[in-house]
Design a protein around this ligand. Structure first.
Ligand SMILES: Nc1nc2c(ncn2[C@@H]2O[C@H](COP(=O)(O)OP(=O)(O)OP(=O)(O)O)[C@@H](O)[C@H]2O)c(=O)[nH]1
Length: 325
């Protein structure tokens, strides 16, 4: 799900055409013969102008941030989740401390809330004028239609983000699934070959996981898997690729030029997992970890993964042999 407090245009895939929104706001201001029109996003940190109509007299440009406590018109629309038409603001005490009135000289405001698909308020679509206005009913209908178009775009972004999550994330642990790990790791390997850095893959497998399921139930097994994903996220860097291949098998792909680093990471993961299980009052479990480095020559992710898997298996056999002693 798209985070409704997330600045809409930080996503590099930019699903929304800013140009289309700009044209909509410019056209709206033209039709209203108004000197300023906006799309504003309401966030926890304040009100951000997403689109400002491109007119000379418009005092606000896209990207302007207005503090949350400022008594602007859009704040009222967002708070009340209702349209607002003020046609003579300087005569209304309520707007005395509104800088859009006292400083910029706006007299008229017509705005309405834009919603995310889940009903939360995204922000506002509005037109403002330095003169008093007397908009007819069909003007309100028009701005509503434009708002609906913007909401359709937000619906599309939200669906896209959801679909991408379904396609790339493991539903239980919310880390990457096998397909995503494979694609992202291959990209990392290609880049490494071009730029000359080392890529290491760690293969992590829980020991006797079936026994845990059989003894304590599937639900406890699920919690132990979620705890392992959390441990990996805690022990690794943001840039590292962390995923679940399936069952109790996890993988990490990272860039490192230090051949000792995988050993340090292994120790950190083992220690972190023990602590995580204890914290959640889950039965103790051990894990086997293997790793491998990519050769400098062209190497596919599957070959790298296979190396790490073999190393993990060797360690697992040693663990099992130790159990028998
Ligand atoms: N709780 C839970 N169990 C799962 C899930 N996916 C797979 N499993 C179980 O995980 C178990 C994995 O068993 P094995 O591959 O034999 O692994 P193991 O018992 O850890 O054996 P070793 O790796 O040899 O120590 C199987 O019993 C699967 O049914 C899941 O999403 N949740």
């Amino acid at each position: 799900m798209f985070q409704s407090n997330q600045w809409i245009f930080t996503d590099k895939d930019n699903q929304i055409s800013l140009q289309k929104w700009q044209k909509t706001v410019d056209l709206m201001s033209d039709l209203f013969a108004a000197p300023a029109g906006f799309i504003v996003q309401a966030m926890q940190s304040g009100y951000r102008v997403v689109i400002a109509s491109e007119q000379q007299d418009n005092p606000y440009t896209a990207g302007t941030m207005i503090p949350l406590e400022t008594n602007i018109f859009c704040k009222k629309v967002v708070q009340d989740n209702h349209s607002l038409y003020v046609n003579n603001a300087s005569n209304d005490e309520y707007w005395l401390d509104n800088p859009e009135v006292s400083k910029d000289g706006f007299e008229s405001y017509l705005g309405l809330p834009i919603h995310w698909p889940n009903g939360d308020v995204f922000g506002t679509l509005c037109v403002m004028d330095f003169e008093q206005t007397d908009y007819q009913r069909n003007y309100l209908e028009l701005i509503k239609q434009l708002r609906d178009m913007i909401e359709d775009d937000l619906f599309m972004v939200n669906s896209f983000v959801q679909m991408r999550e379904i396609a790339m994330l493991d539903p239980l642990t919310h880390i990457y699934n096998r397909r995503a790990v494979s694609i992202l790791s291959q990209q990392k390997l290609n880049l490494a070959q071009r730029l000359g850095f080392e890529v290491c893959c760690l293969f992590i497998d829980v020991n006797d996981f079936k026994l845990l399921n059989d003894t304590h139930g599937h639900e406890v097994g699920d919690k132990a898997l979620v705890a392992l994903a959390a441990t990996l996220k805690e022990c690794l860097r943001e840039a590292d690729i962390i995923g679940r291949l399936g069952g109790d098998e996890f993988v990490v792909v990272l860039q490192t030029n230090d051949t000792n680093e995988p050993l340090q990471i292994k120790a950190k993961i083992v220690q972190g997992y023990n602590a995580q299980l204890a914290k959640l009052s889950l039965p103790p479990l051990s894990i086997s970890i293997g790793y491998g480095f990519a050769e400098h020559t062209k190497e596919t992710f599957e070959i790298l993964l296979n190396k790490a898997d073999k190393d993990m298996y060797k360690n697992k056999l040693a663990f099992k042999a130790g159990q028998l002693l």
